[in-house]
Design a protein around this ligand. Structure first.
Ligand code: FAD
Length: 315
């Protein structure tokens, strides 16, 4: 079945951003201290059943049409690439031109230390409200309102309240996702490996194998869904029988809009309020280009691509 037109438009908008993802990080990765956290590696996506690969074909065709480079592999080719995998995968898709972080926290910590040394001031507070203005914008924190030249709303899945205060109701929700880590098991695969039917990735990180994925629609509560954590543990051990027991787990709140396309735009009420939220499963990947777009909007420079598809007013 062919994807609907609005799906194609959304996919094109995402593909255009993804095309700029690497370039968006380029200014940071010119710095050797930061570049050491990035590994250029193909990414392998697996199907344990040829029928489910066939049903994914229209989505793969759309990616191909949008310029995404990949190669389809059979079971023998998968095992040759990743010998520690159980022989249960019938089809694989190997995406070229991809890269991953070996330690996102280390990357951010290093970036923060470098910026702090250059004078960046970081203040942590919970913002209660954003007030748009004509030549400024304000934030209210614990009952105190402060004026700024610009305010950037980049509060992830919790951004809808602030967009609403600036005249832009957005249907933002959270897709909760889980992660388990197998410390020291990173050597079992040589690249990020995803299992399509089970909806997760296994990525070799500097401290272990990170298994992350699942989608849960259940709001912002802190309670972790034991059965989804067990699913990640059980499924990753099924894929990589040499895995032992995970030593940590984590719950995250992906910010997701109905079309899956982030909002990167000025607010309706004020050019001084800029939005950067709704990056769903791709926020780390798209952080560089999103930051570049925010900086361009503040500096009144032309952004690297037409921002019309990313407007908050599209809903
Ligand atoms: C299990 C899992 C695996 C993932 N894997 C990948 C991956 O491999 N690649 C990828 O690209 N993406 C991945 N993602 C998605 C990625 O994590 C998100 O897209 C990204 O975190 C969104 O970034 P953000 O800055 O918009 O929001 P967040 O990262 O959620 O940050 C929002 C920030 O706003 C702050 N905040 C919220 N409300 C307020 C307030 N009222 N006042 C002040 N501050 C506030 C929060 O404290 C937080 O610091 C994954 C997500 C999950 C859950």
């Amino acid at each position: 079945m062919a994807p609907a037109l609005h799906d194609e438009l959304a996919a094109a908008a995402l593909a255009a951003l993804l095309d700029c993802a690497r370039e968006g990080y380029a200014p940071l990765l010119a710095n050797a201290e930061l570049a050491r956290f990035v590994r250029p590696r193909e990414c392998l996506y697996l199907y344990s059943d040829a029928a489910s690969f066939d049903s994914a074909r229209p989505a793969l065709d759309l990616r191909q049409k949008l310029g995404v480079a990949f190669e389809v592999l059979d079971g023998a080719a998968i095992r040759a690439l990743e010998p520690a995998l159980a022989p249960i995968f019938e089809r694989g898709v190997l995406f070229s031109n991809s890269w991953h972080f070996s330690n996102p926290q280390g990357f951010l910590q290093t970036l923060y230390e470098q910026l702090a040394a250059q004078g960046l001031k970081l203040e942590r507070s919970t913002v209660d409200a954003v007030q748009p203005g004509t030549d400024h914008a304000s934030l209210t924190v614990s009952g105190v309102t402060r004026r700024f030249d610009h305010v950037v709303v980049a509060t992830g899945a919790r951004s809808a309240q602030f967009a609403g205060q600036c005249g832009d109701p957005v249907p933002l929700d959270t897709e909760r996702g889980y992660h388990v880590r197998f410390r020291g098991a990173q050597h079992l695969v040589s690249r990020p490996v995803g299992w399509a039917e089970r909806g997760f990735y296994m990525t070799p990180m500097s401290d272990g194998l990170r298994v992350a994925g699942t989608v849960e629609l259940a709001g912002f509560g802190d309670t972790r869904n034991r059965s989804l954590l067990d699913l990640l543990t059980f499924s990753s051990k099924r894929a990589l029988p040499a895995l032992d027991t995970p030593d940590s787990n984590w719950l995250g709140f992906r910010p997701t809009l109905p079309d899956g396309v982030p909002v990167l735009a000025r607010s309706r009420a004020s050019a001084r309020v800029i939005y950067a939220f709704g990056h769903q499963h791709l926020g780390l990947t798209l952080a560089g280009v999103s930051g570049r777009i925010v900086a361009d909007l503040i500096a009144q420079r032309a952004p690297p691509l037409d921002l019309a598809p990313y407007a908050a007013t599209r809903f």
